[in-house]
Design a protein around this ligand. Structure first.
Ligand code: PAF
Length: 282
């Protein structure tokens, strides 16, 4: 596996691969890799002739009181995991080269895709994500890029951006990977204390309760939302950021559940913000 830090070198490698007719796959990450990331990596390795995994903790997508400084980092551990999967390139762009002095250009996806759910509680977050992903797409020039469905809204935003800006990158999504007790894998899970980690099981239980409620025939979105809320409130020590039942294609809230819907929630367990969701076909 080649470790590349320079943007110019990354462009050259990708250009050469394209000229040789190889498909280029990109898995953008912020590192501290877990099985959720590795499922994306394996998909890219099996589908593409050149797989690039980027690790870059992007300052633009963190709010002023968020965890940019303490975001977990383990480049040595990540490198070992990626070597095992036969990744071709680990791309570690330098922050100064990504955002040099005078940097002034941002990508802002407007409308309901960013104006709802995490877009409300994390203002500016998706602008930071769209900006860095647009840059990574321009540098790596992938045919395909891989995103996890835990960050379902992020994947929709990136797909919209790729399509609106004619970047020509196919945005592929893969299902949430969970711990044995159901907790969605996330680099932020490591912030949880032992006691919080136990409490965090309720997050998936709430998603499951919402799914079961739909399966049992309930179609009223508010009743489904309340069923999930009840699970979270019954555990104590969990504060709810949002629980929403929305259309899975445009994230518009629904009153009556029909077609493909998303049950999405964000909660705080202690100071740690956790996301989970389920896509349901009613
Ligand atoms: O999901 C993430 O890890 C990040 O938001 C991403 C897509 C790598 C952009 O920084």
């Amino acid at each position: 596996m080649e470790v590349v830090r320079s943007l110019g070198k990354m462009k050259d490698i990708s250009c050469r691969a394209r000229a040789e007719g190889r498909q280029v796959g990109l898995v953008p990450t912020m590192g501290y890799l877990h099985e959720g990331h590795m499922s994306l990596v394996r998909a890219s390795v099996s589908e593409c002739g050149l797989t690039v995994v980027s690790i870059f903790v992007n300052p633009f997508q963190f709010g002023p009181n968020e965890d940019f400084e303490k975001y977990p980092r383990d480049i040595a551990g990540d490198t070992k995991l990626l070597e095992k999967e036969k990744v071709d390139v680990l791309f570690l762009p330098d922050a100064g080269e990504m955002y040099p002095d005078g940097y002034a250009t941002y990508v802002d996806v407007k409308g309901s895709l960013t104006g709802r759910l995490c877009g409300v509680s994390r203002p500016g977050h998706f602008r930071g994500v769209a900006t860095v992903v647009a840059k990574l797409f321009n540098i790596v020039r992938p045919h395909r890029s891989y995103f996890g469905e835990k960050d379902f809204q992020q994947a929709l935003v990136v797909r919209r951006m790729s399509s609106d800006l004619d970047l020509g990158v196919e945005v592929r999504t893969l299902p949430i990977v969970r711990e044995d007790d159901g907790l969605a894998m996330s680099s932020r899970n490591r912030y949880l204390s032992v006691e919080e980690r136990i409490r965090a099981r309720a997050v998936f239980e709430a998603v499951q309760r919402a799914s079961e409620t739909v399966l049992s025939g309930e179609r009223n979105a508010e009743n489904i939302r309340r069923a999930a809320e009840k699970v979270l409130l019954s555990k104590g020590g969990i504060s709810i950021d949002y629980i929403e039942i929305v259309d899975a294609s445009d994230l518009q809230p629904v009153r009556e559940v029909k077609g493909r819907i998303l049950v999405a929630l964000a909660v705080f367990v202690g100071k740690t913000r956790l996301l989970d969701n389920a896509i349901l076909n009613a």
